[in-house]
Design a protein around this ligand. Structure first.
Ligand code: SAH
Length: 231
């Protein structure tokens, strides 16, 4: 009996996930098939607190532990598409949070390195990703504004929190030809989503992908702690 109910719930969540891809992503102009397939494959319900599972496929961010959020699926899709990933790419994510976006990235590229400043989030994301079989995701607890130099350079870097300016360690850890997607803004309230492409040792091109709103990026090359929250 329990099994039947579990199966019903799983089937229903799968249907909601397919509807999310169709109505929240494809209908808004996201056309990259690999990104749509990745979002169709990752069970978002496994990344939200139990009591929010019924809302897992709604078109919005949801609260997670440590006063943080799991990003809106459309934003994850938009940022992932902006990274222009290839199957053998290595990607760095700053702001693991629940681990959801890391799982989406892991569906598309070879290795994902992800850094989270809240220890409890890093630990629960690591466990969750391992339980789901994402063995190409590597989670580190630390200050992601400094990147993860040991595994650099990266073909893509994605930052899931709003920065006052582009952290220099991240552009330094970008491969030539690599793309950095990051929300940047002068206040904690709003940011513009930037894509920075490293075109040479000392040359970069930048484009603006639109207005967004993220939790603050707190760290040495980000906002200071008192401006955001405590660790
Ligand atoms: N990608 C996440 C979204 C998390 S929200 C998901 O899919 O669920 C952004 C995360 O960035 C928060 O968990 C926050 O704690 C983290 N963060 C903020 N500043 C950081 C820093 N300097 N280094 C690493 N993580 C940081």
């Amino acid at each position: 009996m329990t099994t039947d109910i579990d199966k019903l719930a799983r089937d229903e969540l799968k249907k909601l996930r397919q509807q999310m891809v169709q109505y929240q992503l494809a209908a808004r102009g996201l056309t990259d098939e690999r990104v749509l397939d990745a979002l169709a494959a990752v069970p978002r319900e496994a990344f939200v607190p139990d009591e929010l599972i019924p809302y897992a496929y709604q078109d919005r961010p949801l609260p997670i532990e440590a006063n943080q959020t799991i990003s809106q699926p459309y934003i994850v899709g938009l940022m992932t598409a902006a990274l222009e990933l290839q199957a053998d790419d290595r990607v760095l994510e700053i702001g693991t949070g629940s681990g959801y976006a890391a799982a989406v990235l892991a569906e598309i590229c070879a290795e994902v390195y992800t850094v989270e400043r809240h220890r409890e989030l890093a630990e629960s994301a690591r466990e969750r990703l391992a339980a789901l079989g994402y063995d190409n995701v590597h989670v580190k607890h630390g200050d992601g504004t400094l990147g993860w130099p040991e595994h650099a350079p990266y073909d893509g870097i994605i930052v899931a929190a709003g920065a006052p300016e582009i952290p220099r360690p991240l552009t330094e850890q970008l491969a030539i030809g690599g793309r950095l997607v990051i929300p940047v803004g002068p206040t904690l309230e709003t940011q513009k989503l930037l894509r920075v492409r490293r075109t040479g040792e000392n040359s970069f091109e930048q484009d603006n992908l639109g207005a967004v709103r993220f939790v603050p990026l707190i760290g040495e090359a980000g906002w200071r702690e008192k401006e955001g929250d405590a660790q």
